[in-house]
Design a protein around this ligand. Structure first.
Ligand SMILES: O=C(O)C1=C[C@@H](OP(=O)(O)O)[C@@H](O)[C@H](O)C1
Ligand SMILES: C=C(OP(=O)(O)O)C(=O)O
Length: 426
């Protein structure tokens, strides 16, 4: 499906955001493994979360989707028995779920075959497989990628993991460990990336009653207690918010986010401060955030290592800022749904931007005359969502395979239209 974006004038809108897919990804695992009922409210309905719910249920866990007052909820009940026969799990495009379910599958003593989409099957898994093998789990895969057959159970309780390509390996091992009935020690080797995502994992585990300690380069998870029963309302998604903030920045407009998760541990929740440094006016309004641009945007240089998922948003804003915006420390973006360094650079160049990149940085020089054309999305929802914003300012931007937004934000184009940024199928 191709979507042609239509430029907007006088952007002045209010937006409500979906619940965090990042918290939901962790919470569905916690809910599945909990010893009592867990209720989650404001659960985003997107491909990643629906894939995770189905995958956990295919593994015999008990998660039920309900909806009340227009908001989706999930209620879990404890699994009655472990797997009694081999299982198959499909993880689609979700890196997070692919990593998390691989560690969960290792808790059973039956072979579990895990497959992803073609794109997911090319993303790295080797470091997680290696850690699971140290724990006594059998892993059969080709080239350290999915598809893989995982046969547990875990019978060793100390392993080392290299998190230099993805923090998700570390989160995966931590999240599944309370089901081991044995203290678990996880030692970090290599220089881990996206560390605030690990902090989010540990924080949620603690909120559900788990004792997690960190000593130097080692996490220790106590065997008891298990994940407790609890209800939680999931706060809004910080990365989804970035597109609406960027729309205000690009169009010299005004956008009010009706609610924003100011307490989020996620690095990207600080993105509004980057936009502030680029020239936007930001005001906290109760539980919401108002973003407005009244003066020219200026380039900034930032270490984006802890904000991997808003690098593309920042790159499109940078096209309209005076000077060269440099985003550093982003080597791990090569392992996402697309190669978010090279592919983002190529699509921005296709629109006429001046972009330079290296293995760990992206530099975008603003102020070039951009011209609309058809851009590619590489099966990457964030490529579609961020490039669409350029089309809110420049005519004739057409997004190829725009439906990829369903991975995280199925009604993204409707939300844009609600705020006056319209698009049409072509
Ligand atoms: O743990 C998580 O929820 C995530 C961690 C990050 O990945 P890496 O650790 O691979 O950088 C992030 O980019 C991804 O979208 C979600
Ligand atoms: C990288 C992302 O997700 P995942 O790694 O779960 O595919 C993302 O949502 O930008």
């Amino acid at each position: 499906m191709m979507r042609k974006m239509l430029p907007v004038s006088n952007l002045n809108a209010a937006v409500s955001l979906p619940g965090s897919k990042y918290l939901a990804n962790r919470l569905v695992i916690i809910a599945a493994l909990a010893e009592g009922e867990v209720r989650l409210d404001n659960v985003v309905s997107n491909d990643d979360i629906n894939t995770a719910i189905k995958g956990l249920n295919d593994l015999g866990y008990c998660l039920e989707k309900t909806s009340s007052e227009g908001s989706n909820a999930i209620v879990s009940s404890p699994r009655q028995e472990g797997l009694t026969e081999p299982a198959n799990i499909y993880t689609a495009h979700s890196g997070t779920f692919s990593r998390f379910i691989t560690a969960v599958a290792a808790l059973d003593n039956q072979p579990v075959t895990i497959k992803g989409s073609e794109k997911m099957n090319s993303r790295p898994m080797a470091e997680l497989f290696d850690a699971l093998e140290q724990l006594g789990v059998s892993v059969s895969s080709s080239g350290g990628q999915l598809p893989a057959i995982i046969t547990g159970p875990v019978n060793q309780f100390h392993c080392k993991v290299d998190g230099s390509k993805s923090s998700q390996y570390i989160s995966a091992l931590l999240l599944s460990s309370p089901r081991l009935n044995h203290d678990f020690m996880l030692e970090l080797i290599g220089e881990e990336v996206s560390t605030q995502y690990i902090d989010m994992t540990v924080d949620l585990m603690r909120q559900f009653g788990i004792k997690v300690e960190k000593h130097g380069r080692c996490y220790k998870v106590a065997a008891q207690p298990a994940y407790q029963s609890k209800s939680m309302v999931i706060p809004p998604d910080p990365v989804s918010s970035s597109y609406f903030m960027a729309a205000a920045a690009i169009n010299a407009g005004k956008v009010a986010l009706q609610s924003f998760d100011f307490d989020s541990l996620q690095g990207e929740a600080q993105f509004y401060k980057v936009l502030q440094a680029m020239g936007c006016d930001i005001q906290r309004k109760g539980s919401g955030l108002l973003i407005e641009r009244n003066k020219p945007l200026v380039a900034v240089e930032r270490d984006m290592g802890e904000m991997p998922d808003v690098v593309q948003t920042m790159a499109v804003v940078a096209c309209f800022a005076e000077g060269t915006t440099v985003m550093r420390n982003i080597a791990h973006l090569a392992y996402k749904e697309s190669n978010r360094i090279v592919d983002t650079a190529n699509e921005l160049k296709r629109l006429g931007a001046t972009v330079e990149y290296g293995s760990d940085y992206l530099a975008v020089t603003g102020g070039c005359k951009l011209a609309g054309t058809t851009v590619e999305t590489y099966d990457d929802h964030r490529m579609a969502m961020s490039l669409a914003l350029i089309g809110s300012r420049i005519p004739d931007v057409v997004i190829n395979n725009a439906q990829v937004v369903s991975k995280s934000f199925p009604n993204y184009f409707d939300k844009l239209a609600d705020m006056g940024i319209c698009s049409e199928s072509v």
